[in-house]
Design a protein around this ligand. Structure first.
Ligand SMILES: [Zn+2]
Length: 678
């Protein structure tokens, strides 16, 4: 293909209009069938660029194409009014970052913050935050040297050993900014930086953070390649992969299956944030290699993490190295947001609906739980059984410190303070994706509006729902002119009996765990009504403890809370960004009395209004009622709820009705319960 054709072809990709689909033929010469773009990733032959980069199953819409509605809009507003919208005004490592010409930290913290607030500002459409971000980006571009190295890097960075992780991160962040704004200076800055990086890794291979996070570099590399067609970028991608840590090999060994002991050894390979990030490595590598073992790697990794370190929230533990299944171990906030982004990325590349189920599970449970409802304070480590959060020198973490569990500005370490911002905004920005055949896929559900073009016709899809607190979702598809395209709907694996009704027609069944395709000519506004029936389930987990789930939500015993401000004299802890301990003001040590053989029949669910703060104890949109008895033998040990004993426990205390609320709405809680006789 001549270079000019190639550029046009790749330009088409960048605009989200895959040239091969528009032409009716794939690059491999295979005529398109209706199966093309059915998701699944294996039902069709994926397209390939002239240099061999495989097409993803779905492409995310350009940043800013999706706007939040309903509770999601409220949540992004809370985040903007909380720490995310203000961190650069007072926290030295961002406010006086070397990236912005200051003298404080010049490594990952400012790029981390921008990596989250760019999608926040452009998804919410907040002009004030956008202007602030643009000012900071201009400082970064202005500070870049002619040799491509960004401002914070020493003049001889090209000549001596330098861990390249923050460069990979910065370019990933800058690519998002370019996508949101089309600012060509920023495109040039990324290109120049990647050229410097390419020269650097030829003489000195990746090591430490750069080596364990090599695949993050593939994101800006692919972004530029799909817009420029410059083949050197894929050479750089291959070199990063060659030099990077081989997680697939490591996940074939025994070490990853072992819980790191208390006060144990910190390792790169079991570092929980590296782990959350690495879940997408296979998917990104597959676009280069086309190997089946790369394509299946994310699912294999998740399976192993579930088996040896999994929590009912869909997360795995790591405090801060992989820590086993005990619900008292912690999961670091950075790992939560990175795992979410990995799921979004892998879901786009592979089109596997199960990744969408997991994405929702983590986003609706583990993500909101680890913030205060106003999103000014966060934890470093959250626990599933977390009956109090305090400064605790007698902690049981593997390698983290005594501050890791309280809510504050920078408990334990400031990485989460700078990296937490990407969680909600990237989730919102990945709810809808474009299919290769000019259609739109709903890969995860939350109230939102998406704008895209199908065959040149502007289309808007608006989703109004209180899902995940409700079963019903109302969609309006509005086409500016009549146009045919597939609407592709993810049907969650748990949604037995799911139905869809299009344009007031008959109710149709949908198969759980698939993408359901509706191909028709869309004209005017067409309502599409979805219902995902949520049935309760009671999985038995660590030491046979019982957990409660229904649809994408996990339910936990919310406790009355006693908040104490601490560290008031420490710099930066002026309200509203203070540090807080939380202790229980109601009993927590209950066992659940569930009917034998059919435990879910002992649960009753009742709707409550979804609050202004949807993820707060008062704002919880759903509750579950269940009978339980107090277990006087279940006490605190080392400041935590002691481990649940296996088997059904005896208790002479009277039966009580307990109210559970969604895990994501709690600040302190019990999630995995002992079982008691009824
Ligand atoms: Zn962190």
């Amino acid at each position: 293909m001549a270079n000019i054709d190639r550029r046009r072809f790749l330009g088409g990709l960048a605009a989200g209009t895959t040239a091969w689909a528009a032409g009716g033929m794939s690059l491999l010469g295979t005529p398109l069938s209706d199966a093309q773009g059915s998701g699944g990733g294996n039902a069709s032959v994926p397209g390939r660029t002239p240099d061999g980069l495989l097409d993803p199953a779905f492409r995310p819409l350009p940043l800013g194409s999706i706007r939040p509605r309903g509770w999601l809009a409220r949540q992004l507003r809370i985040q903007t009014d909380g720490l995310s919208g203000h961190l650069d005004e007072f926290w030295p490592d961002v406010a006086q970052s070397q990236w912005f010409g200051g003298q404080a930290e010049g490594w990952e913290r400012a790029p981390y913050w921008l990596d989250g607030v760019i999608p926040l500002a452009w998804t919410l459409g907040d002009a004030g935050l956008q202007a602030k971000v643009s000012g900071h980006i201009a400082q970064i571009v202005d500070g870049q040297r002619p040799d491509g190295w960004y401002g914070p890097y020493p003049a001889d960075a090209g000549a001596r050993a330098y861990d390249l992780w923050a460069i990979l991160l910065a370019n990933k962040m800058m690519a998002q900014y370019h996508e949101a704004t089309g600012d060509e200076r920023v495109f040039g800055a990324v290109e120049s930086s990647l050229r410097a990086l390419g020269a650097k890794v030829q003489q000195a291979p990746l090591y430490n953070w750069g080596r364990y996070r090599w695949f993050e570099g593939l994101i800006p590399v692919y972004y530029l390649y799909e817009r420029s067609g410059d083949a050197w970028l894929l050479d750089l991608a291959r070199r990063l992969k060659e030099q990077g840590f081989d997680y697939a090999e490591y996940y074939r060994g025994e070490d990853v299956t072992l819980a790191t002991p208390r006060r144990g050894l910190w390792t790169w390979a079991k570092h929980v944030v590296n782990t959350g990030m690495a879940v997408k490595a296979g998917a990104l590598a597959w676009r280069l290699t086309g190997l089946e073992e790369d394509r299946t790697e994310p699912t294999r990794m998740i399976g192993l993490l579930d088996r040896y370190h999994g929590q009912v929230t869909g997360m795995f533990t790591g405090d801060e190295c992989l820590a086993g299944k005990n619900p008292l171990q912690g999961s670091e906030l950075c790992a939560v947001v990175e795992f979410l982004y990995s799921l979004e990325t892998a879901l786009g590349v592979l089109g596997d609906p199960a990744l969408g189920d997991r994405l929702e599970r983590v986003a609706f449970n583990a993500l909101p739980a680890t913030f205060t409802p106003d999103m000014w304070a966060h934890q470093y480590d959250q626990q599933n059984n977390q009956v109090q959060c305090m400064l605790n020198p007698d902690h049981m973490w593997t390698t983290n410190g005594p501050e890791s569990n309280f809510y504050g500005l920078e408990p334990n370490f400031g990485c989460c303070t700078s990296n937490m911002h990407q969680g909600w905004p990237k989730f919102a920005a990945h709810l809808w994706m474009k299919t290769p055949d000019e259609g739109l896929a709903a890969v995860a559900y939350a109230p939102s509006e998406a704008r895209f073009e199908s065959r040149g016709v502007p289309v808007t899809v608006a989703l109004d729902t209180d899902y995940p607190f409700r079963e019903g979702l109302s969609l309006d598809v509005t086409a500016a002119r009549p146009v045919s395209f597939p609407l592709v709907l993810r049907v969650p694996g748990w949604a037995e009996g799911a139905t869809v009704r299009v344009g007031g027609g008959a109710e149709q069944k949908m198969q759980p765990g698939t993408f359901h395709r509706i191909t028709r000519e869309w004209r005017g506004t067409t309502p599409v009504e979805l219902r995902f029936r949520m049935r309760p389930a009671v999985p038995l987990r660590y030491n046979e403890a019982a957990a409660i789930e229904r649809g994408p939500l996990v339910y936990a015993l919310g406790l009355a809370e006693d908040w104490t401000r601490i560290n008031a004299d420490k710099p930066g802890r002026e309200l509203p960004h203070g540090d807080f301990e939380v202790r229980p003001a109601s009993p927590w040590n209950y066992g659940l009395a569930l009917p034998e053989g059919k435990p879910e029949s002992g649960l009753t669910f009742a709707e409550r209004p979804v609050g202004d703060r949807p993820f707060s104890p008062d704002g919880a949109g759903m509750k579950a009622l269940v009978m339980g008895r107090r277990l006087p033998s279940w006490k605190l040990a080392h400041g935590w709820a002691a481990e649940v004993a296996p088997g059904v426990q005896e208790s002479t205390e009277s039966l009580e009705e307990l109210t559970l609320i969604p895990y994501g709405c709690t600040n302190i809680r019990v999630t995995e319960f002992p079982r008691v006789r009824g």
